[in-house]
Write a protein that binds this ligand. Structure first.
Ligand code: DGY
Length: 422
């Protein structure tokens, strides 16, 4: 059985390969997405290491001079997606967006390096990527944490990867829509509109893009100039884990400077993350930096810190919260608590389960020795695949496949899970 599933997953990776980069899925997402690519590279790593490294190298070929790695690289023209390059107008030789995405690259590079069969190839790529990933991390702390709190803010919901999470509702309300261009959404031509963000949310997403564009995409200004500035514990945890992993890699490769800097960034991040812990919710909460208040929203962003080296008692508390979610949903892990009024089991990040998040949380909980919870997460993930195929995300109560189909990173995560099982 697992051999068959692995072969099906590989076929999806190969099918979505555009030569040097993969699209997340045909139609809905026709370009290279940042965190999709880094997690998808792990899947390629099981059968084509050169191709896995190429995926990450291609992404970093489009890193900005200031260190930012953009969230989308528009390798080819495709008017099946909105907003395309003519809206972003970032002035790059190969067009990119002007915002970023969760920093999983440092984690992915370490994992590929550690598991490599071709050690020489891994060494070559790790050496070339090390300073680039470090520059991205430095960019984060310089441009998205200008006051040096140890935690970075996102300035657009798309940066979090959790576009329409309940976590952003209040902050998005404050984003104006006056002067927003008229536009035609393309996502709802490819996916069920009931699985996607609303038009009201899109107006605000686009307003923010126009606003940043009017500031010339100058990252030294965007953070303070954005009406949307939220500290997401999940986003920070991914960055902290990546700093830790990059520090490990720099130690191996003998780069003392990057090693020291990365370990210090991770340590400061872990200390600062503690300020986002909430006992009542049994998880971390977002913090709305623009107005200085915590966001009391039980979403998966507050469970993702399991991925970073948080104290064991915090990891244990997160595992208990996830166990409770397991009584409310058939398939772990819902991206929002199903017992809240705003929960929507099919709508993108307002309830559905995502295999990439399952993977990162399971990875962190395994390190903390929470094996029973890990087993449940992995089993549920594999059940979803068996019953509903390689979807973008799934209703965690009915198991309905949602969003795009034949999804690259879902396939990659399945290969990871099944390989771990063995
Ligand atoms: C989309 O277009 O839905 C993406 O999530 C933005 O990155």
């Amino acid at each position: 059985m697992s051999e068959e599933v692995i072969n099906a997953a590989r076929a999806i990776l190969i099918d979505n390969d555009r030569g040097g980069y993969t699209v997340p899925t045909k139609g809905l997402y026709p370009f290279q997405w940042n965190w999709d690519s880094c997690l998808s590279a792990l899947g390629f790593g099981h059968f084509d290491e050169a191709r896995a490294w190429a995926e990450i190298q291609t992404l970093f070929d489009h890193q900005w001079e200031d260190g930012m790695v953009p969230h989308i690289v528009f390798h080819e023209e495709d008017d099946g997606y909105f907003p395309g390059p003519s809206v972003w107008q970032t002035g790059r030789p190969v067009p990119t967006t002007g915002i970023t995405q969760p920093a999983v690259a440092g984690f992915a590079v370490r994992r590929l390096y550690e598991r490599a069969q071709d050690k020489a190839l891994a060494e070559e790529h790790a050496r070339s990527l090390l300073p680039k990933v470090a520059a991205w991390h430095d960019w984060f702390y310089r441009c998205r944490d200008p006051e040096g709190s140890g935690l970075v803010a996102i300035i657009h919901p798309w940066e979090s990867g959790r576009d329409n999470s309940v976590d952003w509702d209040a902050a998005l309300e404050r984003v104006p829509t006056v002067g927003v261009m008229s536009f035609e959404r393309r996502d709802i031509l490819h996916a069920n509109p009931a699985h996607r963000p609303t038009n009201a949310q899109y107006d605000r997403y686009v307003w923010l893009v126009q606003h940043f564009r009017s500031l010339g995409w100058d990252n030294s200004r965007l953070h303070d100039a954005s009406p949307f500035r939220v500290v997401d514990p999940g986003f920070n945890a991914i960055l902290i884990r990546a700093c830790d992993d990059l520090g490990w890699l720099a130690d191996k490769l003998g780069d003392k400077d990057i090693a020291e800097r990365s370990h210090a960034q991770a340590a400061r991040g872990i200390t600062a993350l503690e300020t986002l812990w909430n006992d009542e919710f049994g998880q971390y909460l977002c913090y709305d930096r623009a107005v200085g208040v915590p966001v009391e929203s039980p979403s998966i962003g507050g469970l993702l810190p399991a991925f970073a080296a948080i104290p064991d008692h915090r990891a244990a508390a997160l595992a208990r919260t996830i166990d409770k979610l397991g009584q409310k949903a058939k398939y772990l892990i819902p991206s929002h608590d199903p017992e809240t009024a705003v929960y929507d089991g099919a709508r993108y990040w307002r309830g559905p389960a995502w295999l990439i998040v399952n993977y990162m949380i399971a990875d962190g909980l395994a390190r903390a020795g929470e094996e029973a919870t890990v087993e449940r997460i992995v089993n549920d993930s594999l059940l979803l695949i068996e019953e509903s195929g390689f979807a973008e995300y799934y209703d965690p109560i009915t198991g309905e496949p949602c969003g795009g189909g034949r999804f690259t990173w879902t396939a990659a995560m399945v290969i990871e899970f099944l390989t771990r099982e063995r």
